[in-house]
Design a binder for this molecule. Structure first.
Ligand SMILES: *Cc1c(COP(=O)(O)O)cnc(C)c1O
Length: 306
């Protein structure tokens, strides 16, 4: 049993026409808690449960916290998520709807995280949203599935926040003998910690996040992601918030699936910047996200217009 499901891999006709090549989409937006995060977090939580942990702690008000809450409910283990005051009511609701406890604390994630870490007892497991080997190995299942479901792609397109998905996908490419498949790592302007780190040759920390793609809003990518981006063929790309949001809207029309701008960033390449893609056959990770409602989509559009 796994807590994630096997998601469809389908050739997208609209994206293929837009990009003038064959575009395959791995639909992790269809995971029960709404994003790919359950792959790694689900695997990590199962292991912690087997090792006798009695409670899961998280400090993510985003897709990671929701995935931990989902995993806890499925495994019968209580979950506490500490989130900052900036977390939306919807995110809190989604966490509570999985029977997890939500503690609202502090003005920033940093303060919420400090409280979460201070609460950690011997029988508790802390689930980091991206910097954890257990997560990466779990995320790698996305490529195991793609290798069973279809042919080898010429490139994999994915979004980068803290870099956990990047680490997992590269681990998956390696363990399936696809070491030579390049990864196109996409960020939005204002959340482009990887792009800037690669340009400067050192792992920089952004002073602040200035992007609507909140799930990409890690100020620094994890050390492992920075290392792998230099060992594996990784091409870094940056798109605007406008492009990411427009890609979400087109994807909703084309495939009737609503995703976050964090995911729209990856979709923006085949839709609007196909010349920055390599090869005839491209696999795009549709990583999902639960913050995107139709109302929220309108708020983002208004904010970008202003
Ligand atoms: C977490 C997340 C990302 C970024 O993943 P990292 O592992 O932090 O790089 C991208 N998109 C969505 C929808 C996410 O939830």
């Amino acid at each position: 049993m796994t807590l994630h499901i096997e998601t469809p891999l389908v050739e997208s006709r609209p994206l293929s026409l837009a990009a003038n090549r064959s575009v395959w989409i791995k639909l992790d937006a269809l995971q029960p808690p709404g994003s790919f995060k359950i792959r790694g977090i689900g695997a990590a939580c199962e292991l912690h449960a087997r090792r006798g942990k009695r409670r899961f702690l998280s400090s993510s008000g985003g897709n990671a916290g929701i995935a931990v809450a989902y995993a806890g409910r499925r495994l019968g283990i209580p979950v506490t998520v500490v989130v900052p005051q900036t977390t939306t009511e919807r995110a809190c609701q989604l966490i509570r709807q999985e029977n997890a406890e939500v503690i609202v604390h502090g003005e920033t994630w940093h303060e919420a995280n400090q409280l979460a870490v201070s609460m950690l007892g011997e029988d508790d497991a802390f689930l980091h949203p991206f910097d954890d080997q257990l997560l990466w190995t779990g995320h790698a299942s996305l490529i195991d599935e793609a290798a069973r479901q279809g042919n080898k792609p010429d490139a994999v397109v994915l979004s980068v926040g803290g870099g956990g998905l990047l680490c997992g996908v590269i681990e998956g490419l390696r363990r399936n003998g696809w070491d030579d498949v390049p990864v196109i790592a996409v960020e939005t302007e204002g959340a482009d910690a990887l792009a800037r780190s690669l340009a400067q040759g050192s792992r920089i920390e952004l002073a602040r996040i200035e992007s609507i793609a909140t799930s990409l809003g890690a100020r620094q990518v994890c050390q492992r992601a920075f290392e792998l981006a230099q060992q594996h063929p990784v091409h870094s790309r940056v798109v605007s918030d406008r492009e990411a949001l427009a890609a979400c809207e087109r994807f909703l029309d084309d495939h009737r699936i609503l995703v976050e701008p964090a995911c729209g960033a990856s979709l923006a390449l085949p839709y609007f910047a196909a010349d920055s893609l390599a090869g005839e056959r491209v696999l795009v990770v549709v990583c999902g996200g639960v913050t995107a409602t139709l109302d929220q989509q309108r708020l983002w559009r208004d904010a970008l217009r202003a």
